[in-house]
Design a protein around this ligand. Structure first.
Ligand code: CP
Length: 319
């Protein structure tokens, strides 16, 4: 009987996974996409996922909710002042209570330390649905989308244009590195990932011998890459920096000129929601190179694989 290496574990950051585990999750997601829905609804029958949202969400909430329903389980959502971790009660007490009701907890919170405290006290898996520091579920969907497009990940080159320090950029880069994808960041000095982070990416790449570099020129960063990725200039929770970020990132818009610097076969990616006319033009996000809605769909497939791997022994899914 296969035993999931992820059974009972939590996913707070991409680096909670080994390269092999990441590959297993992506392979499982691809396998699941080929299984008719009528054959999926017993896989998590009777299982419950509790989802806590301190911040707004469209894709994360709906993709988890539909995904677990397709597997025969159910999701329960609490948001806003329904839970107020850290002020109404400690995250540890909340975790110990919720673990009595549910098989897994997903939480979207700005405060990553709160998430770690919740996971530390929980007896069921905790999934990070986006924190200030990380968005691992998005990274799983991103890698799944790239792998489907190119048939492989190893040896590809990805450029992230914009705020190279934000949660989406950092989780994406970690996942890409683990999978053998080289990364360039195109960002101003104010939004450049640290040298220590770039060195960590090379280390995560292991035997793949990847590169991880940052350029102030977005055109240079995008030169001949296979994937161009961007995100909104100001992440949720950092709204006080909107004007400062817009000024600093104005010349880092992904537009038609920038896409011409990438390889002819390059794809354009964005985690959504997008601010059209800011970090990306309509022409690029609606253009033939854009895969943003495949990415959005893959949130559901990647998370279904994740839930199966955290909650079952993966019987019947030898990979
Ligand atoms: N990409 C993403 O996390 O989308 P939502 O904020 O809509 O969940």
């Amino acid at each position: 009987m296969p035993v999931s290496p992820l059974l009972g574990r939590s996913l707070l950051r991409v680096t909670d996974l080994t390269a092999v585990e990441l590959n297993t999750l992506l392979s499982l997601a691809i396998r699941l996409k080929g299984v008719p829905l009528r054959d999926q609804f017993t896989l998590l029958r009777g299982r419950t996922l509790i989802m806590l949202f301190e911040q707004p969400s469209l894709r994360t909430r709906v993709s988890f909710e539909v995904g677990i329903a397709q597997l025969g389980g159910q999701a329960i959502v609490a948001s806003g002042d329904e839970f107020m971790l850290g002020s109404r009660e400690s995250p540890e007490d909340a975790a110990r209570s919720l673990a009595r009701y549910a098989d897994a907890i997903m939480i979207r919170t700005y405060n990553h330390q709160l998430l770690e405290r919740l996971a530390g006290a929980s007896t069921v898996p905790v999934i990070n649905g986006l924190s200030q520091q990380a968005h691992p579920c998005q990274a799983l969907a991103d890698l799944l989308t790239i792998r489907e497009r190119f048939g492989t990940l190893e040896g590809l080159r990805l450029a992230y244009i914009g705020d190279g320090r934000n949660n989406v950029a950092q989780s994406l880069a970690e996942a890409a590195a683990l999978a053998g994808v080289s990364i360039t960041f195109g960002c101003p000095a104010t939004h450049r990932p640290s040298d220590a982070f770039l060195a960590k990416l090379v280390q995560l790449g292991g035997a793949h011998d990847i590169t991880a570099r940052a350029f102030t020129s977005p055109i240079r960063a995008a030169k001949e890459v296979d994937v161009v990725y961007t995100d909104i200039w100001t992440s949720m929770g950092d709204e006080q920096y909107i004007e400062r970020n817009a000024a600093a990132l104005l010349s880092y818009q992904v537009n038609e000129k920038l896409m011409r610097a990438a390889a002819k076969h390059a794809i354009f990616m964005h985690c959504l929601p997008a601010h059209r006319g800011e970090e990306v033009t309509d022409g690029v996000i609606d253009g033939i190179q854009s895969v943003v809605f495949d990415q959005a769909e893959n949130r559901m497939h990647a998370q279904k694989a994740l839930l199966l791997a955290l909650l079952t022994d993966l019987r019947g899914f030898e990979l």
